[in-house]
Design a protein around this ligand. Structure first.
Ligand code: ATP
Length: 354
């Protein structure tokens, strides 16, 4: 893989506190990469080091084979959009978008023409004369995006840009940002702690936890093959079951609550190794009686959370809590407090080395 943006061994300490630890990352030209992780995991710090607003304690940042070391933020040719937009209130939308070009010595006529083209691209053709206070939150965010893109940056950095928007507008802007990013082919890093946003928008996701990168992979790979228990728990809903490998060749794991559970063997675990078995709630079938050809266990239903077209059934098998996603007609077959059967096939079980 050719690397366009390369982070090598980036660490950041504040006094005794380590905010980032040996972060390595290779991003290809034109990729849309999302930094995902809980609050305080180091996403923004990494972004700020790339942008030049923070200095790494150690490590290097290269873009297109050139080190950014020692360059001030405005010398890095990077476009940035923050959650709070950061528009100049006394300038119109067009003047805001023109500003980076003004800084680069463009004359006003040519600069405003280019700004108008960018406002058109973000869907604000007729709004150039308005001031930020005359625009909605979503429109202000589009202006901020146009301003970050107008000078054809080598990188676009988006730090929780949709955090202040309501759900509908947020989904609309997710689609818009993807459309614009594809149209321009600009290499983009998007920071969020919203996993569904990361899943729907990204070519690849970088999962952060406590200043370390846990996994870098496509959304589907992160979902189906999480490398660590943390990633499995953070992305989507999952049943995470502690077990011990009984037969690594056949793919059998012993767990206290569910007895022997079969899984597709992998070469990452050996006999007697402690593992976490992941089964996604949508891969478990709920029924009144056992279904042949599947692993069946009896579950006492404790809570049913109804979402209309589907429901989350939470129950217990001995000491193990299990979550089952049921769809359509199956939603009505069971009541809270009843016993039912849950079953799954072995290929739905994924063993993660502890
Ligand atoms: P959020 O989603 O809440 O924005 P984040 O993953 O972006 O979180 P960072 O802002 O990168 O997290 O912060 C990483 C850690 O570094 C946090 O524990 C934070 O408190 C700490 N940190 C950040 N800036 C400073 C600073 N200037 N001084 C001391 N600690 C800092």
């Amino acid at each position: 893989m050719s690397s366009y943006l390369k982070l090598s061994g980036i660490s950041k300490t504040y006094g005794q506190f380590t905010a980032l630890q040996a972060v390595d990352l290779d991003i290809e030209k034109g990729e849309f990469v999302t930094f995902l992780g809980p609050s305080g995991s180091g996403k923004t710090t990494t972004l700020m080091i790339i942008a030049g607003f923070e200095t790494a304690t150690s490590g290097s940042v290269d873009v297109a084979g050139k080190s950014l070391f020692g360059l001030a933020p405005h010398e890095r040719n990077i476009g940035i959009v923050f959650q709070n937009y950061g528009l100049f209130p006394h300038k119109t939308a067009a003047e805001n978008v023109y500003f980076p070009l003004q800084m680069r010595g463009w004359d006003k006529g040519r600069g405003l023409k280019r700004a108008a083209e960018m406002l058109d691209l973000v869907g604000l053709k007729d709004f150039g004369h308005r001031h930020p206070k005359e625009l909605s939150g979503g429109q202000q965010q589009r202006v901020a995006l146009a301003r970050a893109l107008v000078f054809e940056p080598s990188l676009l950095l988006l730090d929780e840009p949709l955090g202040a928007l309501d759900k509908n507008l947020r989904e609309q802007m997710q689609i818009e940002i993807k459309r614009i990013q594809r149209a321009l082919g600009v290499t983009t890093i998007f920071v969020t702690h919203d996993q569904s946003e990361a899943m729907s928008m990204s070519d690849r996701i970088v999962v952060f936890e406590k200043g370390r990168v846990q996994q870098v992979a496509s959304p589907l790979e992160i979902y189906h093959k999480p490398q660590t228990k943390f990633v499995a728990g953070f992305i989507g809903e999952s049943n995470l079951i502690d077990a011990t490998i009984a037969d690594a060749i056949k793919g059998e794991a012993a767990c206290p609550a569910l007895d022997m559970v079969e899984y597709p063997p992998t070469d990452t675990v050996t006999n007697d190794a402690p593992v976490t078995l992941m089964i996604r709630p949508e891969h478990i079938k709920l029924s009144r009686s056992p279904i042949s050809g599947r692993k069946n266990v009896r579950m006492k239903v404790e809570t049913i959370v109804n979402y209309g077209d589907n429901a989350l059934v939470i129950g217990r098998v001995a000491s193990q809590q299990m979550r089952v996603r049921v769809l359509g007609a199956d939603v009505v077959i069971i009541q809270e407090g009843e016993e039912c059967c849950i079953s799954w096939t072995r290929d739905c079980v994924y063993a993660i080395a502890s």
